[in-house]
Write a protein of this length. Structure first.
Length: 256
């Protein structure tokens, strides 16, 4: 094999690599913003996130052994897909460190890392709780495809309401998961996810009926943060969205 043959093979491999990178970038929003492939891929990721969240909730109940095994297998497949997605995003990112240390990059990493840590180091199985943070991956879809500054005016109110509901749902889901993880082993009043969800709702809304109270120190600390978030985070976020909406609406009417 002479030098020309070697050079030809290298050029062919380089073309294949470039085509693969371009195809991969079309599927990943970070480099394929606005493409149909990127949108479809993100819809798939949203479906996987919601499925994973549903599995987490289902596992808090007593399930038949065969159904439990099926759910574990499905969750494993989702973890593998999230793992591949993360490294694919790292591969096409430029610079790579910008994505890896971004908020969304860290969320993508936490979506699968706790599983692999507990898989290789079984005594840290408690880190599996962090898988509920996968729900934060939904914010990428809203950021890229439902940006208030990019949507048409007739859809603006729907997007605004959707973002508010997303924040409220995410806060309640994460807080309910945290309460269940911290309290279910020692609190006789919290046995399933709906018990924890009920407790989270009355806590975040600062109603506090008093029929369920935390019994662990970690649970009390979590409740304290939940109340603060309920009082501060949601109103501030809603006010920020409303301000953005008013600015956008005013510009749109001035231009017209």
């Amino acid at each position: 094999m002479n030098f020309q043959h070697v050079a030809g093979i290298i050029m062919w491999m380089r073309k294949i690599t470039n085509k693969f990178e371009n195809l991969l970038a079309d599927f990943l929003v970070d480099k394929g913003i606005g493409t149909k492939r990127a949108f479809n891929f993100d819809v798939l990721i949203v479906a996987l996130i919601l499925t994973s969240s549903a599995i987490f909730v289902a596992e808090t109940y007593t399930l038949p052994a065969n159904i439990a095994e099926v759910l574990k297998f499905v969750d494993l497949v989702i973890i593998l897909l999230f793992t591949v997605e993360y490294f694919a995003r790292v591969y096409v990112a430029s610079p790579k460190s910008r994505y890896m240390f971004s908020w969304l990059g860290i969320v993508d990493l936490l979506a699968f890392l706790p599983f692999w840590i507990s898989f290789f180091v079984p005594w840290v199985h408690s880190l599996q709780f962090l898988r509920v943070l996968r729900i934060f991956k939904l914010f990428r879809f809203f950021k890229q495809h439902l940006n208030i500054n990019k949507v048409k005016e007739k859809y603006l109110q729907q997007v605004l309401v959707s973002k508010i509901l997303l924040v409220v749902f995410t806060l309640l889901f994460v807080s309910s998961s945290l309460i269940f993880t911290l309290e279910s082993a020692q609190n006789p009043n919290i046995n399933t996810f709906d018990d924890a969800a009920y407790f989270s709702i009355v806590t975040v809304t600062t109603v506090g009926f008093g029929d369920i109270i935390p019994v662990t120190r970690a649970g009390r600390m979590a409740i304290s943060f939940m109340i603060l978030f309920g009082i501060l985070l949601i109103p501030v976020y809603v006010a920020s969205l409303m301000r953005t909406y008013m600015v956008y609406y005013s510009k749109a009417h001035n231009n017209s």
